[in-house]
Design a protein. Structure first.
Length: 294
């Protein structure tokens, strides 16, 4: 492919700081029963992206194991969305390699897209279709037989508590309902790896609990979920593997317990890893508070 990005050999003055990589017998090199290990869910080498003079992703190297619930965490503007967009083939990197299940995202896009489901941050749906019509359309685009689409769509709508709204136009769906129908569309073809960008953002607690239950069941079956978030409590309660990104670089990755280390919570470990552990909480705002103007 003429415009295919290449792996970065030199990163110049933007070399990443010291990185923590935790490993365990359950990591990428391990295989159930001691057999030969299969390919990781995702392998990234030298991933790089600039927007003008701004470096959004700074030469990321990262391997994510299959069959895990993985959190990609970082502050706002850390590069989470840009990274996921490149990994899923939605945004072309300036340089680097991305493989999903051993298949190159840019050399073998058809094979990769059949293996992944994506719920992007800026979710765009065909709003003049009903929820049921949307799933039917997506299923046929995926090449599923009509009767199989009907069966899977009905089951997903029921599990995600959308059966009563399946004939309503998507334009009339609430934020939580849109996230759920987007998740149903991403799961319809039973992908090996599911990518979710801030899936719980703006979602009410009831919808969030429904989405959470579906995702937990999905990973229990051996599939992989990779989702981005900046809410550490949510990541700590859901994930068994974490990658921490800040300023476009991976600061730590590995099993959640090892990334957290001796810190009392993932939140505390995260603040230290991104260099925000000693940041003051408005110490100079002594004028702010009750009592009116002074």
């Amino acid at each position: 492919m003429a415009n295919e990005p290449e792996h970065i050999e030199e990163r110049g003055a933007s070399a990443p700081p010291q990185r923590t990589t935790a490993t365990s017998p359950g990591g990428p090199a391990a295989a159930p029963g001691g057999g030969a290990a299969g390919p990781p869910a995702v392998r990234i080498q030298g991933l790089w992206k600039k927007f003008g003079e701004q470096i959004a992703v700074n030469g990321i190297d990262l391997t994510l194991p299959a069959g895990r619930f993985i959190g990609l965490v970082g502050p706002n503007g850390a590069g989470k969305t840009t990274t996921l967009s490149m990994v899923t083939g939605l945004l072309r990197p300036d340089a680097g390699l991305v493989e999903i299940g051993g298949h190159d995202v840019w050399k073998d896009p058809v094979s990769v897209k059949s293996r992944i489901g994506v719920l992007p941050e800026g979710l765009r749906l065909f709003e003049r279709l009903s929820g049921r019509e949307l799933l039917g359309y997506i299923g046929r685009l995926r090449g599923l037989p009509g009767d199989e689409v009907d069966k899977r769509a009905a089951q997903l709508l029921d599990v995600l508590d959308l059966a009563g709204s399946q004939h309503k136009l998507v334009v009339d769906y609430s934020t939580g309902m849109r996230k759920k129908i987007g998740l149903a569309a991403a799961l319809l073809h039973n992908p090996e790896v599911l990518f979710l960008d801030e899936p719980f953002e703006g979602v009410d607690p009831v919808s969030a609990q429904t989405i959470r239950g579906v995702l937990e069941r999905y990973t229990t079956s051996g599939a992989t979920v990779i989702f981005s978030s900046h809410v550490m409590e949510l990541v700590e309660s859901l994930c068994d593997w974490v990658a921490v990104i800040a300023a476009g670089q991976i600061r730590a990755d590995g099993p959640l317990a090892e990334v957290r280390g001796a810190a009392p919570s993932l939140q505390d470990a995260f603040l230290e890893l991104v260099g925000a552990g000693d940041r003051g909480a408005g110490a100079n705002l002594d004028w702010l508070g009750g009592g009116g103007a002074r």
